[in-house]
Design a protein around this ligand. Structure first.
Ligand code: NAD
Length: 448
C-alpha cells in the first residue's frame, strides 16, 4: 500500500507541489529487508555523550565498538547515531549535559538518524530529587523525537537499573539500528528481573527456535511470521479456515507450517497444545497477533460485536496461555508478545470494545511479567499505531488520511516495522525488557 505523499516528496518537483499545497512532506523511512547482521551498527558514525557520574558510558562504548560502529572522537563529522548516557542526571543542574551534548548537533543530525538516551531507573532512587531528574529525561526525549521525526530520525529512552547495565546491548542494537524505523518517542525499562540467558547478542540466536503466530495469513501476523523465518525460526502460522488460501500461500513462501484454527473455537487451546507437542514438543515464541475490530459507538453497538471482540482479542488469548504455560509447552526462556494498540493506551471513538481488550493486554503483560520471571520468560506487548494493512484499508478515506499523518514521521507504518519490534523482543538480547508495552506508531498523536 503505497503512500503518494512519500513518492511526491522524494522528487524536487513533487516536493515543490507538496509544499505549495501546505501538505506534510514525509521522508522515505530507512528499513531493513533482511535478517540481523553480525555487526548491527557496522560502519555507522556514532557520537557518545555522558552526564557527569554516568554509570553506563563504559558499557555503551564497548557495545558500540563490538557492534561495528565508528565512535566519533572529533566534531565536524555527521553522526548517524547519538547515544547519551544520562544516568548521572540526579538533579536539575545535571540537565545541562543534555543541552551541551545535543544542541550543537541538532542541525547536523542526518535523515533516519538514531538517538538513544540511557537514564537511571527512577524507581531505584530513594531521593525524590534524583527520581524526578531521571523521570524528566522522558519529557526531553519525547520532545526531541517530535523535533527529529520529520527527518525520519528516531529518539528513544532506555531506563536502566544499576545491576542491568550489562543487558543494554540488545536495546542499543535495536534502538540504534535500522530496524527501529517506526518506533520513536518510546521509553523502555531494562532491568534484571528475568534471568539472563547465556548469550545477549541478536545475530543467529533464534535459529531452530519454534514460534507460533496467530492471525498470520495476512497483515502484521504475516510480516511477523516472515521476519521470524528470516532468523531461521521454525514458524507455525495459525489462522481461521476462511483464510486457508492466504495462509497456505504465506507458509509456502516462508517455509512455515500452517494450522487452520479459529482461536475462539471450542477446544482451540487443547488443539494448539496437542499440535505443538506432537510436532516439536515445545514452543519458544508465542505471538498473539490475531485480532479484530467491530467499530460502532457504544449506543449503536450490537452485543454480538461486543462479544466477538472480547472473545478473539482477549478471552482466547488468555485461555491459550493458560494451557501452554501450565503444560510447560512454553518452555523456560520463552518469549511472549501480544498485539495491543494505541487505542488501548488512549481509547478511541467508536472502539469501546476494542480499546477495552487492547488495554487489558497491557495490564495482562505487566501482571504476568513478575510471575514468569523466575522461569526466564519475558512477556511484552507492542502497541501499533496506524499500520498500512487490510484493517486500516477499510477505514473511510478522511479518517484514514488523518490517522496516517497524525504522528511525528507523517506517515503510516508498514507491517514489517511491527514485525521488527516483535522479533527484537523475542531475542535473548531483550531479556532485560519484560512487562512493557512498546508503541510502534511513529509517535502517533493518538495515545500521546
Ligand atoms: P488483519 O485484519 O489484517 O489480520 C488479522 C488476522 O487475524 C487475519 O488474517 C484474520 O483472519 C485473523 N483472525 C481473526 N480472527 C481470528 C480467529 N478467531 N482465529 C484465528 N485467526 C483470526 O489485522 P492487522 O492489521 O494485521 O492487525 C494484527 C493485530 O495488530 C491485531 O491484533 C490488531 O488489533 C493489531 N493492531 C493493528 C493495527 C493496524 O494499524 N493495522 C493497529 C493497532 C493494532
Amino acid at each position: 500500500m503505497s503512500d503518494l505523499l512519500i513518492k511526491l516528496s522524494g522528487s524536487r518537483f513533487g516536493a515543490g507541489v507538496v509544499k505549495l499545497l501546505g501538505m506534510p512532506a514525509p521522508v522515505e523511512l530507512a528499513r531493513s529487508a533482511g535478517p540481523y547482521a553480525e555487526q548491527p551498527l557496522a560502519g555507522k558514525n556514532i557520537l557518545l555523550g555522558r552526564s557527569q557520574n554516568g554509570y553506563a558510558i563504559d558499557r555503551l562504548w564497548q557495545i558500540a565498538r563490538d557492534a561495528g560502529a565508528l565512535p566519533l572522537e572529533t566534531t565536524g563529522v555527521k553522526p548517524d547515531i547519538l547515544v547519551m548516557d544520562a544516568t548521572g542526571c540526579a538533579s536539575p543542574s545535571d540537565y545541562r549535559a543534555l543541552y551541551d551534548f545535543f544542541h550543537p548537533q541538532m542541525r547536523a543530525i542526518a535523515r533516519n538518524a538514531r538517538v538513544l538516551i540511557v537514564a537511571a531507573l527512577p524507581a531505584e532512587s530513594r531521593d525524590p530529587v534524583a527520581a524526578a531528574a531521571a523521570r524528566g529525561i522522558e519529557g526531553f526525549s519525547r520532545s526531541l523525537a517530535k523535533e527529529l521525526g520529520p527527518r525520519g530520525a528516531t529518539v528513544n529512552l532506555a531506563y536502566v537499573a544499576k545491576d542491568a547495565v550489562d543487558r543494554l546491548a540488545g536495546a542499543v542494537h535495536f534502538f540504534c539500528g535500522v530496524q527501529t524505523t517506526y518506533v520513536t518517542g518510546q521509553a523502555v525499562h531494562v532491568t534484571s528481573q528475568v534471568a539472563a540467558p547465556a548469550s545477549l547478542v541478536q545475530h543467529g540466536v533464534l535459529k531452530a527456535k519454534v514460534a507460533l503466530v496467530t492471525g498470520s495469513a495476512r497483515g502484521i501476523g504475516r510480516a511477523t511470521a516472515q521476519r521470524l523465518a528470516q532468523e531461521a525460526v521454525q514458524v507455525i502460522c495459525v489462522d481461521v479456515p476462511a483464510a486457508s488460501d492466504a495462509l497456505h500461500r504465506t507458509c509456502r513462501e516462508i517455509g512455515a507450517i500452517p494450522l487452520l484454527l479459529d482461536i475462539t473455537g471450542p477446544g482451540a487451546p487443547r488443539q494448539l497444545a496437542d499440535f505443538i507437542k506432537e510436532r516439536f514438543g515445545r514452543l519458544n515464541i508465542l505471538v498473539h497477533n490475531a485480532g479484530i475490530t467491530r467499530d460502532k459507538t457504544l449506543a449503536n453497538m450490537q452485543e454480538q460485536s461486543w462479544d466477538q471482540v472480547v472473545d478473539i482479542n482477549l478471552s482466547a488469548v488468555m485461555a491459550i496461555d493458560q494451557v501452554l504455560l501450565a503444560e510447560n509447552i512454553l518452555r523456560d526462556e520463552a518469549r511472549l508478545v501480544y498485539l495491543s494498540s494505541i487505542s488501548g493506551v488512549s481509547g478511541n471513538f467508536g472502539q469501546t470494545n476494542y480499546a477495552l481488550t487492547k488495554a487489558a493486554l497491557i495490564g495482562y503483560v505487566a501482571a504476568q511479567a513478575p510471575l514468569l520471571a523466575a522461569r526466564g520468560i519475558c512477556i511484552n506487548a507492542v502497541a501499533p499505531g496506524f499500520i498500512e494493512t487490510a484493517m486500516t484499508q477499510k477505514m473511510p478515506f478522511m479518517a484514514r488520511e488523518i490517522g496516517r499523518r497524525l504522528n511525528s514521521v507523517k506517515q503510516g507504518g508498514q507491517p514489517r516495522d511491527v514485525a521488527e519490534l516483535v522479533t527484537f523482543l523475542c531475542t535473548p538480547g531483550a531479556c532485560g525488557i519484560s512487562g512493557e508495552t512498546i508503541r510502534v506508531c511513529g509517535q502517533g498523536l493518538v495515545g500521546a
